[in-house]
Design a protein. Structure first.
Length: 256
């Protein structure tokens, strides 16, 4: 993959000349495939998704995209009891409780800038998210729009409302709220349905070199890492669609 930007979390980029705008009357429309590798418990993933969607709104209708959410577990080792959020952050990243709170404030501000509300006071525990990813895999089979709706509902449930994304009752309720079959959601969660497929997807992207999220892959070739600002996504979308004058540099790798 061509790494267009590879920092997580993203620093503010240096000022640059705005990329040329796509003409809304152009007869040529570019549709991109976007693989969004992420976890539902990842704050920077919510920031990145909000920024990406804002960028897509800016480049429409000349550029459109079909989003596919790919699984990544930040904490696959967590048991059903989860772990206290501050304890988890201090142990995992070697930071103090004060630093964890300061980081949460930075993320809250970045989220607000793209229309996402974080409430760290309600997010008291970190949970295992594998079953949420199984449900997202099933949602993708219903169509990209259905998967996007469920993904956004899951991010809000955990990062805004402090709900447990490993709780089957929460997952079934969210599926119903976005118009999915709750009986089928119950059946999937009560079985091993979609588990093997989800693990294969995880391995596919891990084998491709994805070690942190969000990782956003445009047309299976060009990687953007981290919760980047809207302008970074907009520039990348225009470049990949061939609408910007600046060429893309670097070798390309293709995801199978």
């Amino acid at each position: 993959m061509d790494a267009m930007n590879n920092t997580t979390p993203a620093p503010t980029p240096a000022p640059s000349t705005p990329a040329p705008s796509a003409s809304p009357t152009s007869a040529t429309s570019h549709k991109l495939r976007i693989d969004f590798v992420s976890d539902v418990s990842c704050p920077w993933c919510a920031v990145g998704l909000g920024a990406l969607q804002a960028a897509l709104a800016r480049v429409a209708p000349g550029i459109t995209a079909e989003l596919h959410f790919q699984p990544f577990e930040l904490n696959p080792q967590l048991g059903p009891e989860g772990q206290d959020t501050v304890e988890h952050l201090t142990e995992k990243y070697g930071i103090s409780a004060e630093q964890a709170r300061a980081n949460a404030e930075v993320i809250r501000e970045r989220g607000a800038a793209v229309g996402f509300t974080f409430d760290p006071d309600r997010r008291s525990r970190v949970w295992n998210t594998f079953d949420a990813h199984r449900l997202l895999h099933w949602a993708e089979l219903q169509g990209p729009a259905q998967q996007l709706a469920l993904k956004k509902a899951l991010l809000k449930a955990y990062l805004t409302d402090g709900e447990n994304p490993s709780d089957h009752g929460v997952l079934v309720r969210l599926a119903g709220e976005v118009g999915m079959d709750t009986d089928r959601a119950c059946e999937i969660l009560a079985s091993d349905a979609c588990a093997d497929a989800t693990r294969r997807r995880q391995k596919q992207f891990a084998d491709a070199g994805i070690r942190s999220v969000p990782a956003i892959i445009l047309d299976r070739q060009h990687l953007i890492s981290g919760g980047q600002p809207v302008e970074v996504f907009e520039r990348a979308l225009r470049q990949v669609a061939g609408l910007a004058s600046a060429p893309l540099d670097g070798a390309k790798e293709h995801l199978a």
